[in-house]
Ligand binder design. Structure first.
Ligand code: ATP
Length: 457
């Protein structure tokens, strides 16, 4: 297959009901995307697989679903209001705006991380390395300024400054502010984690590349609260767990790599990304951070609530450290789509597009297809049995070959075909998406057969 481009994925998504442009009939709304009937199933399955792996299967991890709108003081404690923001500079020549850290990281091909650099250090690096504007090729930069990436809204109709409310730019604060609640109600012992999946909003300077960087996206992330002594081991174990998770979803090892950060935020002890080889190159898929006790200390300071933990075994009192693991559901969906896409040349010389999605996350597990319309009554009977167990598609329009192709393109792992023999002996054919082989099976055995193949372990 020739090199995959983002345009190929965008077109497939648009034409097969995975993802549509946001507000399309109004000409769109930049960098927003709507998941369609096929895409929503895929993304939900990815989120379910993450929750199963990291919350359901871990007795020391507790889920929450915190409010998007939080007390504005939260964002003072987190540093977003005062210090945090993307370092931004304008090209005076072509009047375009850029992130200084991204410019440095792209220039150094990822060997230098600008995270943790001050504005002055970044300006010096750009000057010393003569880094030019990627748009016009001139080096005529303004000073670097911090840019507030938070969207704001207002609590009251009057809308003066005092009423400003922020749309959360990260979900993790919902876990920090609930540390005491979860610890008390679940009688949780450190180390334990709080996890959630939810929307975040970022006024990104350089959004783009389809689902890769959007202004509204979902994060799946957890904060593991631990003792400082354990934090490195826990950090390392999450690096491995995070890698295994995306491999189990079908991302291939050759398209994944760790990227350890050299420069760290002043409070952090270690940080690393897992990168995926997207059509736009190697880019961050998720982050794992060993954040020291910065987060809970800051919330203690700003809320006035003591967030220390008293170890019931040692009687030691301390402010727990945090190991964070965070991955974007939309960005991961994009990676999964890119990995799954394939164009195969068949024996008869035809090409088929097939999405080799892991059956566990495929949007539809099975499609029910009557060979001819005259068989639709029996086919609907089979559909009603299967749809009680799985997401199923039903299609009776067009030639059977075309219907198989359509299911291949949305990654449906199994197609069940109802033919005239079905009426005689209650058997159907079941076709495997990847091998295209078909076997005959009794209708009563279908659910068991499919269930065995689609488990996410
Ligand atoms: P990046 O360096 O790509 O901006 P980040 O380091 O700011 O990401 P985090 O704040 O650590 O990202 O967020 C955790 C995860 O959330 C990222 O690894 C990514 O999967 C996802 N994510 C972050 N920003 C966006 C965005 N604008 N659009 C889609 N997903 C995002």
């Amino acid at each position: 297959m020739k090199k995959l481009t983002m345009d190929t994925i965008v077109n497939l998504c648009k034409n097969r009901g995975f993802v549509f442009q946001g507000s399309e009939i109004y000409g769109g709304f930049a960098n927003t995307w709507d998941f369609g009937p096929v895409g929503v199933e895929l993304k939900n399955n990815i989120k379910r697989a993450w929750w199963k792996r990291f919350v359901q299967e871990d007795p020391n991890c507790y889920g929450v679903d915190a409010a998007i709108l939080m007390n504005p003081k939260v964002w003072e404690a987190s540093g977003h209001v005062q210090n945090f923001g993307d370092p931004k500079m304008d090209c005076k020549n072509c009047k375009t705006r850029h992130r200084a850290d991204t410019i440095i990281e792209n220039f150094s091909k990822g060997t230098v991380s600008a995270e943790g650099m001050t504005n002055e250090e970044m300006e010096k690096y750009i000057e010393e390395h003569d880094i030019k504007c990627p748009i016009c090729g001139k080096r005529d930069w303004t000073q670097i300024r911090k840019f507030n990436p938070m969207f704001t809204t207002s609590r009251n109709m009057v809308g003066d400054d005092k009423d400003i409310v922020y749309l959360r730019p990260e979900t993790c604060q919902g876990e920090y502010v609930n540390f005491l609640n979860v610890q008390r109600t679940m009688r949780a012992k450190v180390p334990f984690a709080i996890a959630q999946i939810g929307k975040s909003f970022r006024n990104e300077i350089t959004p783009g590349n389809f689902l890769f960087r959007t202004v509204e996206f979902e994060q799946m992330e957890l904060q593991m609260f631990c003792k400082q002594d354990n934090s490195i081991d826990i950090y390392n174990s999450y690096k491995e767990k995070a890698l295994k998770f995306v491999e189990d979803l079908g991302l291939k090892a050759e398209n994944l790599r760790f990227h350890d950060h050299d420069k760290l935020a002043h409070y952090a002890k270690a940080a690393c990304d897992i990168q995926f080889n997207f059509p736009i190159g190697w880019q961050e898929l998720n982050g794992i951070h060993n954040r020291g006790n910065w987060d809970l200390s800051r919330h203690s300071e700003f809320s006035g609530k003591n967030m220390d933990y008293l170890d019931p075994f040692t009687n030691e009192k301390f402010t727990p450290n945090v190991v964070e693991y965070s991955i974007g559901a939309d960005r991961l969906t994009l990676a999964v789509l890119c990995q799954a896409y394939d164009e195969e040349t068949l024996e008869n010389g035809e090409t088929r597009i097939v999405m080799h999605l892991s059956p566990a996350i495929a949007p539809f597990k099975v499609a029910v297809l009557p060979l001819q319309k005259i068989l639709s009554e029996k086919a609907k009977e089979v559909y009603s049995i299967l749809s009680k167990e799985f997401m199923c598609d039903y299609d009776e329009a067009g030639s059977i070959g075309k219907r198989y192709r359509r299911q291949d393109e949305i990654g449906t792992p199994y197609c069940v075909t109802i033919d005239f023999e079905t009426l005689d002996n209650e058997t159907v054919t079941i076709r495997d998406r990847d091998s295209m082989e078909q076997i005959r099976i009794n209708i009563n055995d279908l659910c068991d057969y499919i269930n065995k193949k689609i488990k996410f372990n």
